[in-house]
Design a protein around this ligand. Structure first.
Ligand SMILES: Cc1ncc(COP(=O)(O)O)c(C=O)c1O
Length: 309
């Protein structure tokens, strides 16, 4: 197999230990795995999830990649840029209408992605098995990549990431990751050694998620992973005041930009879990920065609010 997208893993990205007192109570230490720094456009969990899909497309001779997402989809944005960089045509099927064009979609289009807008009702049918075939009929031969870069091929890049993290830190570790579809959590749990416990932080209210994850992770020891809710999970697009305040103070103190949907919720809840004693004394916690910083524009946040002193 041509390993071209996996070249990104030839140099490990850093672990950045947090300095604030709230992260170091009771002998606890917390580091951010700066996956956002792996690549300016494809960093975060996007590269990890897409790498296997890209390798598969190259292996099977597809020149066009097709996927689906919302108008602020980090995934479509990353796919458009991956296509441009590695020489694939890309098609993004977007839930919404052309008048809802966002900065993210404009950039995806500028990177060469053909955008096709569909209604919410039509979009819902993406779960049906025949959807990829239906799309292939409409757009010609293409590799269909499920929403968010999910699916079996995502395991390849997530396994690379798991290996990299395991090589960077010894002893027993809690690996914290934001959760949307749960693809990242499941891929990392499957590949990390048993000295890691994986804690997922659910970004959206999704009642079916725990059961779906249990199904995917049927082979994993049930005590080796946990799923936590996060503040203001229900508000998909809004950045609740408490989260905006947390984001500002975190960036000022630590100098690490957060995305307004996933990492902000994970870290805000993780801080509470340290304060209430859920994180055991003396724990080492690695929190995965899954990127998504382009989405800050949807919340009128500049790329970085405050530079650390
Ligand atoms: C920035 C960011 N973080 C986290 C996630 C959640 O990842 P997953 O869907 O694999 O749970 C996403 C969605 O793909 C995302 O865009």
């Amino acid at each position: 197999m041509n390993m071209f997208p996996l070249d990104a893993f030839s140099h490990p990205v850093r672990l950045q230990f947090l300095q604030g007192e709230e992260w170091s109570a009771r002998g606890i230490r917390v580091a951010i795995k700066r996956e956002d720094e792996r690549d300016a456009l494809l960093g975060g969990n996007k590269w990890c999830k897409l790498a296997g899909h890209l390798a598969l497309a190259r292996e099977q001779g597809f020149s066009r990649l097709l996927s689906v997402g919302g108008i602020w989809s980090n995934h479509l944005h990353a796919l458009a840029h991956a296509g441009q960089r590695f020489g694939f045509e890309t098609v993004g099927v977007v839930r919404g209408t052309p008048d809802a064009m966002t900065a993210m979609l404009r950039e995806a289009a500028a990177a060469g992605m053909q955008l096709e807008f569909v209604s919410r009702e039509h979009y819902r049918s993406r779960q049906q098995a025949e959807w990829p075939a239906h799309l292939a009929k409409r757009f010609g031969p293409c590799l269909y990549i499920p929403e968010g870069g999910a699916g079996a091929p995502s395991a390849l890049g997530l396994a690379m990431l798991a290996r990299e993290i395991a090589a960077q830190i010894s002893g027993s570790v809690i690996l914290a990751t934001p959760v949307g579809s749960g693809t990242t959590l499941a891929g990392l749990r499957a590949e990390l050694p048993s000295r890691f416990t994986v804690w997922g932080f659910q970004a959206f209210a999704d009642a079916g998620l725990p059961a779906r994850l249990r199904q995917v992770l049927v082979a994993a020891d049930p005590s080796s992973w946990r799923l936590f809710s996060t503040p203001a999970m229900r508000a998909h697009r809004e950045l609740a005041v408490e989260l905006a305040d947390f984001l500002r103070s975190f960036e000022m103190a630590e100098g690490i930009p957060l995305d307004p949907v996933y990492t902000v919720r994970m870290l805000s809840r993780l801080r509470s879990l340290i304060a209430d004693g859920t994180v055991p004394d003396g724990s080492t916690v690695i929190a995965l920065h899954t990127g998504g910083l382009q989405g800050r524009r949807g919340h009128d946040l500049p790329q970085m609010l405050v530079q650390a002193a």
